[in-house]
Design a protein around this ligand. Sequence first.
Ligand code: UD1
Ligand code: CA
Length: 451
Amino acid sequence: MKISTIILAAGKGTRMRSKYPKVLHPIAGEPMAWHIIQAVKEFSDELPTVVVGYKAEEVKDSLGDNAHFVLQNEQKGTAHAVQQAEDLLKGNSDIVVVLLGDMPLIKGQTLKALTETQKNNTGPVSMLTVLSENPRGFGRISRNKKGQVEAIIEEADCTSEQLKINELNVSVYCFQADWLWDNLENIPVSSKGEFYLTDIIKVATDKGLNVHAEAISDPQEAIGINSRVHLSEAERIMRRRINQTWMEAGVSIIDPQTTYIHTNVKIGQDTTIYPNTHLQGNTIIGEDCEIGPNTTINNTCIGNNCKIISSVLEYAKVENHVDIGPFGHLRKGAHLADGVHMGNYGEIKNSYIGPGTKIGHFSYLGDTTTGKNVNIGAGTITANYDGVNKNKTEIADDVFIGSDTMLIAPVKIGKGARTGAGSVVNKDVGEGEVVVGMPARAIRRRKDNSE
Ligand code: UD1
Ligand code: CA
């Protein structure tokens, strides 16, 4: 059976009080609507159709190739929104799933189970409900004496008796496709002048057709985001889910309450994450690492056996057995090879740092390459920017840079060379040469790398 999916996302989301479309607000680092598209992949091979309206171009740009889009020019209600997808989908599928762009916690397996239910339903629709004492403005499910669903009544239209109903409409429906397309136009206009998809339930029951409604087992999945308060609730629930998944996969998380892992992050076995750590974007962390506390790692790839304490890493690459921090900052293009040690207050940007190199204390290396086993003394600075250009510093293997050295780029330091404390190096230094002073001048040649 072919299943197509419609995600309604044309509304403004007024209660968010935002310049941005509601469905693009992120949960665990990705737009709300992105999470729903991921869930759809678990039961359908077809790209979902997203109904866009408010700031349609922004929504399309953000979701890109992951969906088809249809435009709802005027927001005349959820049934009118579904109608906008009719030309694209009619005749193409057996089942149509309709859900909302503002329910990022709904799980693929829940949706899949509902599609299975509908396959066996002789009636035209199966839908999800939620049992909750907190109505959150949801529509109420009205059942007859036999317990069969009769209608969904929007909160604004409820009598005081109906307001007490604790079975609520989640807004996830699974329709027999032909029936949906034939009956959308039978929906009457609501008291607010809109066409509500909820009213299609009564269209079915008035004809004596079976509506299957089942309560969702985890009410958290049903949360619809209408405000920033709901957004933070969803973020917390998603965080708990993600952290649990990683713990089950063999990652230790000391304090899941204060560990913030984005949805696309990957973490290796036996790595430990300490409190107040943020792992963001497409970050990948290897095995047996210790990460945090107080660390933010964004779009960075880290190998195995690394230790990162109280540091910020962005768009960087770190190989194996590297230790950073406290208070290190890797900026875009920093690449630390195996065994690099980077102590307090280091900053590295657009640089390759060779294996075994040590940068112990407060240094800035920008647009630099170093060879193997270089020692960068405390307070070393590469002066890479002359006000116009960013210039390169090249430091060969086994160089010893003395404390407080200024390397005025462009400059090259030859293999095994040494700079004295406080040198200001504005000319290339030859292999094995020892330079001191300001500007640095040669005083002798090093016999080995120890002097
Ligand atoms: C809707 C349901 C309600 C349910 C609740 C669950 C209706 C009439 N009500 O109410 O029964 O309990 O969801 O969260 O369906 N949209 C469009 N075009 C429109 C109108 C809405 O695309 O013309 C989209 C919105 O962008 C939003 C979704 O449909 O993503 C739902 O609209 P919203 O106004 O948030 O409906 P609720 O009041 O939450
Ligand atoms: Ca809503």
